[in-house]
Design a protein around this ligand. Structure first.
Ligand SMILES: [Zn+2]
Length: 376
């Protein structure tokens, strides 16, 4: 079965919806056409000129990256700057560019879950949940239409709570309305008297990024010309997306051993850290990429160590208790190094979802940063 870029888009949307990306982010299709056929995809953490040339040599149809290329708007599509030269080269070669960035960071089994597993954590959970991500939709409809309306809302993405699908509540009552001039009422008559109808109120939770589809589907299945419904703000956080990951190692170890393990697993020969090398480590929190905003979260969640990157000097002090000793160990394991596992993660997961497409990972180390380990 021939596949298109749209199939890639839909596979990623089911796992890591673009609507869950941060508002400043640029994810999804960045160069190319959705309807272009696709037999192979090259995966890289970053787009570099070497990756573009590799894509041309390996004759792939699309490059899938974690970090988006076009972060800042470009004014010219010429070969004069780093970003625009790569975008132009790809467009000329007919190769698409697709990015799954902060939407993959917050996805279950996304970047941080994979990093946690690489470091030996079993069954990671989210370190922080997403606030303001859920709304409640309540709709009033005639009893006979309730099943169709409910089913349409479920199919559009409503009604998930934790591991449970099709969660809703229905209560019976009486609805009233008086059709005005120019209406086309399902019950009663135009400009007629007030009607009283047996109705039900259906309510369910909906992730904000599915709200427009759910409302659209609900109205499509509802018999009334004007549908009465409410979209309500709720305070609880959405548990199916979040940042960072936390879990436990099967056996406790020491920080020295865990540093060794981290250095080897992430292929990073030098790690900056805070902590006592003899400290016991069993609960491990991680956040792939820039996770220094969650140092206090990790400590509060009971982590013995937190592995992330892009930590500025003063943020290391957030690990210290009142006595000046570390309450939790902190390891700066490098941005590229903590996220490189994303390449294999994407290849494995997408190969399963789209078996007709060949997913390959880049042969290049896309980070320009090298570590100098002095010969003492
Ligand atoms: Zn990153």
């Amino acid at each position: 079965m021939s596949r298109t870029i749209k199939d890639l888009h839909e596979a990623i949307e089911r796992w890591a919806p673009a609507a869950t990306a941060q508002s400043w982010d640029t994810v999804g299709l960045l160069v190319g056409r959705m309807d272009r056929s696709m037999t192979s995809v090259l995966i890289a953490l970053d787009l570099t000129p070497a990756v573009v040339e590799e894509a041309i040599d390996r004759k792939v149809d699309c490059i899938l990256t974690h970090h988006p290329l076009l972060f800042k708007p470009i004014k010219r599509l010429t070969d004069a700057t780093f970003e625009s030269a790569m975008a132009l080269r790809m467009a000329e070669a007919g190769i698409a560019l697709y990015a799954a960035h902060t939407n993959l960071d917050v996805a279950r089994d996304g970047v941080s879950f994979e990093l946690a597993r690489r470091l030996g954590v079993r069954q990671p959970a989210f370190l922080t949940t997403l606030d303001d991500a859920v709304v409640k939709v309540c709709v009033f409809c005639p009893v006979d239409a309730a099943d169709a309306v409910r089913d349409a809302m479920f199919a559009a993405g409503g009604g998930h709570i934790g591991g449970y699908a099709e969660c809703s509540f229905t209560a019976a009552g009486a609805g009233t309305f008086r059709p005005g001039e120019g209406t086309n009422p399902f019950i009663g008559r135009t400009a007629g008297p007030r009607e009283t109808v047996s109705e039900v109120r259906i309510e369910m939770e909906v992730p904000r990024w599915h709200l427009s589809q759910v409302v659209h589907a609900m109205k499509g299945a509802h018999p009334y010309e004007e549908v009465a419904y409410d979209v309500l703000k709720v305070e609880q956080s959405f548990r199916e997306a979040g940042l960072g990951a936390i879990g436990t190692l099967p056996e406790p170890t020491t920080l020295a051993d865990f540093l060794d393990r981290t250095a080897r697993a992430l292929d990073n020969p030098a790690l900056r850290y805070v902590g006592d090398p003899g400290a016991k480590i069993q609960t491990v929190a991680v956040c792939g990429g820039s996770g220094s905003d969650f140092i206090r979260h990790a400590a509060g969640a009971g982590a013995d160590v937190y592995v992330t990157s892009d930590i500025t000097y003063h943020r290391y002090f957030e690990t210290l208790g009142n006595d000046g000793h570390p309450r939790m160990a902190l390891i700066n394991a490098g941005h590229f190094e903590t996220e490189r596992c994303t390449e294999d993660l994407l290849a494995d997961r997408l190969s399963g979802l789209l078996p007709a497409v060949r997913f390959v990972t880049t042969v290049h180390r896309t980070s320009p940063v090298r570590t100098w380990v002095a010969n003492r």
